[in-house]
Ligand binder design. Structure first.
Ligand SMILES: Nc1ncnc2c1ncn2[C@@H]1O[C@H](COP(=O)(O)OP(=O)(O)O)[C@@H](O)[C@H]1O
Ligand SMILES: [Mg+2]
Length: 501
């Protein structure tokens, strides 16, 4: 008997102003399979699945559900056809309970008794291994638990095709394992699961079938057994990517930055960092790991001088800096690469040259009296562009025209060029594709070689193992442990991230 795909997309095209996000895409998912939709950032994955989930309309192409051509004009219609999508940002109502959220907007206006809903939620939780208390308020849940509520919502509505957009980004390693168990249970019970991801390790671990997108096109689609990581990487990026091994040294250089008993409040005045102790050494990369929201951001912002501290000290080469303004810290050799590149690090709407010179325009060699010497600054910009391999059409174009990877290279290049004593960066590779990520890591490793003390807040534990000498794990505002990367493993870090150790 011929198997019928639960969902079939044929010849899908989708334009956004200036970019073609989906080019003549064919995509098919069968019941009972976990289908990974793999591709670098910007490949068109979210767009394609948003079309399937009724959020976007394709410019052309057909969508068939269980063999029937359908127009999915809204998420509601898609849901009626059994298709549900869990987005990267959750859409739950914070001050309602789990059960209320699950119910919200579900079909049928008839009043259903709360106990019945809670029972149904509990049954679904058990059936699919989604541990969550139906009475709990969403605002009290971790991101992992909130994701389970989103999944429950879809199951409650009877979805038979569930799409998850990069679901593991917000999870701890243990939560990822639990999620994958749930996905497998769903597939075993005949549901189709589409997992959007850019992580090869996830594909190898959980997918039955893979479709790879590159620049809006399908470059291949096959059973996982016919593929390996190398082939998939090549398909994703159309070039070989080699991750160079680097020497992890346990010979720590002298301490350049010392944090003792540091407490930092968050925006609402609550303690976000609690009595943190850390030492950062010359020529090392120290990663800060943790589930987002456990104090990492406040810690690095306090180091940079963007956020006041409430207690403790920060010493840069022996000198107390915790009350110095940003500018003085940076003149002492401390550089900060913010999470928000455009806005905090780079100034939008002004040119690449002007952004490049933000750090050096005060130097006498770049001035002619009171005026800027544009010739020199232009030459300086070209040398940055050249040395840091920044793809830019015209250095007088606004910096906004650059892609994420090139923005980050510009920002890093500008700062590294000053040979900082300490470099602190928050999520330095967030949103970058595989090649840009590697370029950024190469720059950081090179700088480490020159003796800069580097602290990176990382969100992907694979990256910790790829680039860091040591890792500090934060949980609930505290530094739970500082470990040598070569002496630990992903599960130990994961346990610390959850606060269970
Ligand atoms: N709402 C939108 N408006 C304009 N351009 C968009 C929009 N959504 C996505 N794009 C562009 O379409 C391309 C594909 O994006 P997306 O589907 O989000 O990729 P992926 O999910 O694979 O990272 C990118 O170039 C992106 O900038
Ligand atoms: Mg996406």
């Amino acid at each position: 008997m011929k198997r019928v795909p639960v969902v079939e997309m044929i010849g899908i095209n989708k334009w956004f102003p200036g970019v073609k996000a989906n080019k003549n895409i064919n995509f098919r998912v069968y019941p009972g399979e976990i289908h990974a939709l793999l591709g670098e950032n910007g490949a068109g994955k979210s767009t394609l699945m948003s079309i399937l989930a009724g959020l976007y309309r394709p410019d052309s192409g057909t969508v068939k559900v269980k063999g029937q051509p359908l127009r999915l004009r809204s998420p509601r219609l898609a849901l009626q056809a059994g298709i549900g999508m869990i987005h990267q940002h959750f859409r739950l109502v914070n001050n309602m309970t789990v059960a209320e959220n699950v119910m919200l907007g579900a079909k049928g206006r008839v009043r259903i008794r709360t106990e019945e809903i809670e029972k149904r939620v509990r049954d679904l939780s058990e059936q699919f291994g989604l541990a969550v208390d139906p009475h709990a308020k969403v605002s009290h849940l971790s991101l992992g638990e909130q994701q389970r509520v989103e999944i429950l919502k879809m199951l409650y509505r009877g979805c038979d095709t569930l799409i998850l957009d990069e679901p593991t980004t917000v999870l701890t390693p243990q939560e990822v394992k639990d999620l994958f168990k749930t996905l497998r249970l769903m597939a075993d019970q005949g549901k189709a699961v589409v997992l959007i991801t850019h992580k090869l390790s996830e594909v190898m671990e959980i997918a039955d079938y893979v479709t790879v997108l590159r620049r809006g096109e399908v470059v291949g689609s096959d059973h996982i057994h016919n593929l390996d990581e190398q082939t998939l990487t090549r398909m994703m990026v159309a070039r070989e990517v080699i991750f160079p091994e680097f020497n992890r040294s346990h010979q720590l250089g002298p301490t350049v930055l010392a944090v003792s008993d540091l407490s930092v409040p968050n925006d609402r005045g609550r303690t976000a960092v609690r009595r943190a102790n850390l030492e950062l050494h010359e020529g090392e990369i120290l990663a800060i790991a943790g589930v987002a929201g456990n104090g990492q951001r406040e810690l690095v912002e306090a180091l940079a001088g963007l956020r006041p501290v409430s207690a403790g000290s920060i010493r840069l080469q022996g000198k107390e800096i915790s009350h110095l303004p940003i500018r003085e810290r940076s003149e002492m050799g401390l550089t900060f690469i913010p999470e928000d590149r455009m806005g905090m690090g780079l100034v939008p709407n002004i040119s690449v040259v002007e952004n490049a010179m933000l750090r050096v325009y005060r130097y006498p060699e770049n001035r002619r009296g009171l005026l800027l010497d544009y010739r020199t600054l232009e030459a300086y910009t070209y040398s940055l562009v050249d040395r840091y391999q920044i793809a830019v059409a015209d250095i007088y174009h606004p910096v906004n025209y650059l892609s994420g990877g090139n923005l980050q290279k510009l920002l890093l290049g500008r700062e590294l060029d000053l040979d900082p004593t300490v470099l602190v960066a928050a999520y330095p590779v967030r949103g970058l594709d595989v090649a840009a990520t590697q370029a950024v890591y190469d720059l950081l490793l090179e700088q480490r070689q020159k003796g800069t003390a580097i602290m990176l807040v990382l969100e992907d534990l694979d990256d910790v193992f790829r680039i860091a000498d040591r890792v500090a794990v934060m949980y609930n505002g505290e530094i739970k442990a500082v470990l040598n990367v070569s002496e630990t493993d992903i599960d130990s870090i994961g346990a610390l991230m959850l606060g269970v150790q």
